[in-house]
Design a protein around this ligand. Structure first.
Ligand code: ATP
Ligand code: MG
Length: 562
């Protein structure tokens, strides 16, 4: 399925939109938005929302805005603003000239707040945080009205203006909506609309404001100002919808977007909360936001994931209102399916064992042909040098083995991929008894031909020692060894469930010569090993390759065996 076909997969939100178009609601217009808070990098859960919002805009000839929900300046910064734009673009989406910041609307939001005050729908409240909590009541008990609830409009206007001018300290006063302290929905018990925050420099508005609007006030108005038709968000905002609607119903604005909630993506063996991802980065549990083990878009990119595979994953998991936890294997099979088709094949020896082919002339080098893809001729072929000394993988040799081991054993034969059949004549060991070298002989009649009178079943990969490129290969595994690391059960901290073996560095690997030209971000299948991506960094003067995903799902195998 191509990305375009995939994005047509229907879901309940698309059904709602189909109905709205049929009823000519919004004159058939469809406008969505993706509203990240710039307080961290985007992760795979955000990708679900991006694919949904931008995908709908594409398929309905509508628009999707990128809007930064930047009302929490002490946690946000410009680096995140840039990284988020970069990641959305990389995923394949474009917002044209519709890049917005909620902070663009601060002045308008202030005016709407003044309108609410004038209509007796909002008031300045002097209760401190603890008193406010106490007055709010509980799920079982109604709240109590703030002593300031019946302040006059004039007094409220005066105080609100002075809040803006900076006359009061943080926490001294807030602006609250006047709704219903007895509402069964806690969000409707006179929610805070504005709070005072001194001393923060906002990445967009600098020091202009010390008064910041709350998300529940900002979001519906931002949506309406941009003419959004369908405001799609995750299920935890369902209980906020009455407030979303209340805000728009009580100010003079003639657009009322429809809020629709869907269930967020939870992915097993990882965490997705930005607070926790920030902690992993800041406390050095990972190398950074783009550490290839992170569930961030930047991490997945560095790991070797393609935008197409991430979009395909988002289509495969679907969109619903059901709580769900998606297996990591789903994400891995999306990239495996993509790279199986698109990644050129190469040979790389990860645990080298020297082999000397004693009957091969010392100064001879042959340039052998190797197809770049076994099923796709259009990917062409390359030359690989063959010479007397080669490396094979330690795992492909055993002194003795039963018939199931279809690789090289002492005295046995094996085919070298794209080359000849060799036989192991002698095993050389060091003083500790470790195998350090094999002495072999080759059969010159076996290039592209079966040997005479005998069957050789096994095929192994290899590289010419003289021509090989030394490289560092980083083998990654899941960052956590528990499927739901942050379930909080038994009071266990998610950090104690980190997988101590999530990174295994192989510092002395040998790659075939063709990989010398690989560019950072380029992806390959290392035959019989897995899919790998050239990293953006070097290790000293060695190139670094990251394991994207193995050829098969090794976790599925483990759980079957155990
Ligand atoms: P966190 O709770 O970790 O801080 P967030 O939801 O506040 O994350 P935002 O930057 O506000 O992060 O999210 C931007 C958009 O992405 C929102 O519309 C949000 O609903 C959506 N989103 C965030 N996480 C997920 C997820 N796991 N699955 C689907 N959508 C998500
Ligand atoms: Mg948020």
């Amino acid at each position: 399925m191509s990305a375009e076909e995939a994005s047509k997969t229907s879901n309940f939100i698309r059904h709602i939109i189909d109905g709205d178009i049929a009823a000519n609601k919004n004159n058939g217009r469809v406008a969505t938005r993706f509203p990240p808070e710039p307080n961290g990098y985007l992760h795979i859960g955000h990708a679900k929302s991006i694919v949904l919002n931008f995908g709908i805009a594409q398929d309905y000839q509508g628009t999707c805005n990128l809007r930064f929900d930047d009302t929490n300046p002490h946690k946000e910064n410009i680096d995140f603003v840039e990284a988020i734009q970069n990641d959305v673009r990389w995923l394949g989406y474009d917002w044209d000239d519709r890049l917005y910041f909620a902070s663009d609307y601060f002045e308008q939001l202030y005016e709407f707040a003044v309108e609410l005050i004038k209509n007796g729908k909002a008031y300045v409240c002097d209760l401190n945080a603890e008193q406010t909590r106490e007055y709010r009541g509980t799920l079982k008990e109604p709240g109590r009205n703030s002593p300031n609830r019946d302040r006059s409009v004039e007094e409220n206007l005066d105080l609100f203006e002075r809040m803006r001018k900076g006359e009061f300290k943080d926490g001294d006063r807030v602006l609250r909506a006047k709704i219903d302290m007895a509402s069964p929905n806690m969000n409707m018990r006179d929610p805070t609309l504005y709070r005072i925050r001194h001393g923060v420099v906002h990445h967009q508005t600098g020091s202009e404001w010390c008064l910041y609007p709350m998300y529940d006030f900002t979001h519906p108005i931002s949506d309406a100002l941009e003419g959004i038709t369908h405001s799609i968000c995750t299920l935890e905002f369902e209980d906020h919808r009455p407030l979303y609607d209340w805000v728009l119903d009580n100010i003079s604005i003639d657009c009322h977007p429809q809020q629709i909630e869907f269930s967020r993506l939870n992915l097993q063996y990882t965490v997705m909360s930005k607070r926790k991802l920030t902690e992993l980065v800041n406390d050095g549990y990972v190398e950074g936001w783009d550490d290839p083990r992170m569930p961030t878009i930047a991490g997945l990119r560095r790991r070797g994931y393609t935008p197409a595979a991430i979009r395909e994953f988002c289509e495969r998991i679907g969109v619903s209102r059901a709580d769900n936890s998606v297996e990591m294997g789903m994400l891995e099979s999306a990239i495996r399916d993509d790279l199986n088709v698109t990644a050129p094949r190469r040979m790389a020896v990860l645990h080298p064992l020297k082999v000397i082919i004693e009957n091969y002339p010392e100064d001879q080098v042959e340039e052998l042909d190797a197809a770049n893809h076994p099923q796709d001729e259009s990917m062409g072929s390359r030359k690989i040098p063959f010479a007397r000394e080669i490396y094979i993988d330690q795992e492909d040799f055993r002194e003795e083995a039963n018939k199931k081991f279809k690789r090289l054993v002492a005295g046995g034969e094996v085919r070298l991929r794209n080359a000849y059949v060799i036989r192991c004549d002698e095993v050389i060991k060091n003083e500790q008894g470790d195998i350090i070298e094999l002495r072999c002989s080759y059969d010159p009649d076996t290039l592209g031909a079966n040997p005479e009178g005998r069957k050789v079943k096994g095929v192994i990969h290899w590289v010419s020692a003289r021509h090989a490129i030394e490289a560092e290969v980083r083998m990654y595994d899941r960052l956590f060894n528990h499927p739901t690391p942050d379930d909080g059960k038994d009071g266990i901290d998610y950090k104690s469930r980190m997988n101590p073996d999530s990174l295994h560095t192989l510092s002395y690997c040998y790659l075939e010569l063709a990989l010398a030209d690989a560019k950072p971000g380029e992806r390959f299948q290392f035959e019989r090993e897995g899919y790998f991506c050239k990293d953006i960094m070097q290790a000293g003067d060695k190139p670094v390759f990251n394991l994207t995903v193995g050829l098969r799902d090794s976790w599925a195998k483990i759980s079957l065996e155990s």
